[in-house]
Design a protein around this ligand. Structure first.
Ligand SMILES: Cc1ncc(COP(=O)(O)O)c(C=O)c1O
Length: 429
């Protein structure tokens, strides 16, 4: 459904909540200004209603989580059924059948599907934690602590994932507390020489890479980039960790983005859309690699209170059941191609590139000199909200308007969004 005419943003109920949020939530978490944010009340498919009953079109899937559409009935009923009889288990001490079933399912849709060999999983609560599980696994498996990661990459804000990440904005205030195991090199084929040099000169246990830069601006690398990293990892006995927290589960038109270039990682990290709404993530690796973790003697060396939460596992199982249907990836490819075409048609107004794959797209906003225009992109976000479009900006200078809508987005909704952007860009650039 298209957005309704919105008269006042934020409306009175959102404004009152924002006032209290300012008082009681730590600074820096939520951006609160006179025209932002709206407070969400409920959502269905591609639509979100705020506490003032305004209806919006969510072009973000709420950080690429609600891929199957907001309030997906199968996910709701999986959680409801589970919560009726057990709301919380004892993660790593007395777990639940749901955890077993989820680990088994994750093995079957990844390494068993790719190679016939089993995978083992560490479940976590956030994407950042699953990255840290992968980094710890790499150290245990290779005995080498160094990591290569890429400019523009984002792996989360925990100290470990932040150390591997490359966004100064998130790292700089804490730099003295971060570890220096990360070696950051340019993303894409032009960084490969530096990858080779680093592998030769440092003790590198893992290369960690996003198949498409998500928060880094929806940058798609060359087709042979991931295969080259795979070959280099094999040559230097380092692990290839593919961070599919954003790209995973059909977001790019394949179940996993690494499948576009037929690359099999050693470890794959999933989060966000895994459950479609419950904080659960997974670090899934070849069983032979994961078996470098010692057997638990009753006190696990890596654990977390909510690990393998039954409600999250139940939702993830329901979501994976839906994602395993190949029709989902065809639908994403089809809609993604159409949305890309619509965005490319408005290129005249932006002159910036349209990037991404499937329903993970970015429209670059540049100035008259062809330079990234972050300030204009950041004006467009609140302006879009006033017209009922929920969007985000990505890229180093925030100059890429990002699109990761729920797969339920319709032709009419894509057309509306592209036409709105064209009008906005024509008048504001
Ligand atoms: C590629 C990638 N990795 C890791 C993360 C961190 O996930 P989380 O925010 O759940 O910790 C994100 C979040 O945006 C991401 O996009």
């Amino acid at each position: 459904m298209l957005p309704e005419i919105i008269t006042e943003i934020p409306g009175p109920n959102s404004r009152a909540l924002a006032e209290n949020l300012r008082k009681y939530e730590s600074r820096n978490i939520t951006y609160v200004s006179n025209d932002f944010p709206i407070f969400w009340d409920r959502a269905k498919d591609t639509n979100v209603w705020d506490v003032d009953e305004n209806r919006f079109l969510d072009l973000t899937s709420a950080f690429a989580v609600s891929s199957l559409g907001h309030s997906c009935p199968e996910l709701i009923s999986a959680f409801n059924e589970q919560s009726k009889h057990l709301m919380h288990g004892m993660g790593d001490v007395h777990p639940t059948a749901q955890k077993v079933n989820l680990c088994k399912k994750l093995s079957s849709i990844t390494f068993e599907r790719w190679t016939g060999n089993k995978a083992k999983t560490i479940l976590n609560s956030s994407g950042s934690e699953s990255i840290e599980s992968a980094l710890k696994t790499a150290t245990l498996a290779t005995g080498k602590h160094g990591v290569i990661s890429f400019e523009g990459c984002y792996h989360g804000t925990g100290f470990g994932s932040l150390s591997a990440g490359a966004m100064p904005r998130f790292k700089d205030p804490f730099i003295k507390q971060l570890s220096d195991f990360g070696n950051i090199v340019p993303y894409g084929n032009h960084g490969l020489d530096q990858v080779r040099d680093t592998l030769l000169n440092e003790s590198i246990g893992a290369i960690i890479v996003e198949p498409i830069l998500g928060r880094g601006g929806k940058v798609v690398p060359e087709n042979d980039f991931l295969p080259s990293l795979r070959a280099l990892c094999d040559e230097h006995k380092a692990l290839l960790i593919i961070d599919e927290i954003y790209t995973g589960l059909n977001r790019t038109g394949k179940l996993f983005a690494c499948e576009h270039s037929d690359v099999i990682p050693d470890i794959i990290c999933l989060g966000k859309a895994l459950s479609g709404g419950f904080p659960i993530s997974a670090c899934i690796g070849k069983a032979t690699i994961m078996d470098h973790w010692p057997e638990s003697d009753g006190e696990a060396i890596h654990t977390s209170t909510f690990l393998g939460h039954p409600g999250g596992c139940a939702m993830a199982l329901a979501s994976l059941e839906i994602h395993s249907n190949p029709e989902i990836s065809s639908e994403v490819t089809h809609k993604g191609n159409r949305f890309k075409e619509l965005l490319k048609n408005i290129k005249a107004a932006t002159k910036g590139s349209v990037r991404g794959m499937g329903l993970m797209l970015g429209l670059e906003i540049i100035d008259h000199n062809g330079k990234p225009n972050g300030p204009l992109a950041s004006k467009i976000i609140p302006s879009a909200l006033k017209s009922g479009l929920i969007t985000l900006a990505d890229g180093p200078g925030g100059h890429v308007i990002a699109f990761a809508p729920p797969f339920t987005i319709s032709e009419e909704e894509m057309l509306f969004s592209a036409q709105w952007l064209e009008r906005e860009l024509m008048t504001s650039s």
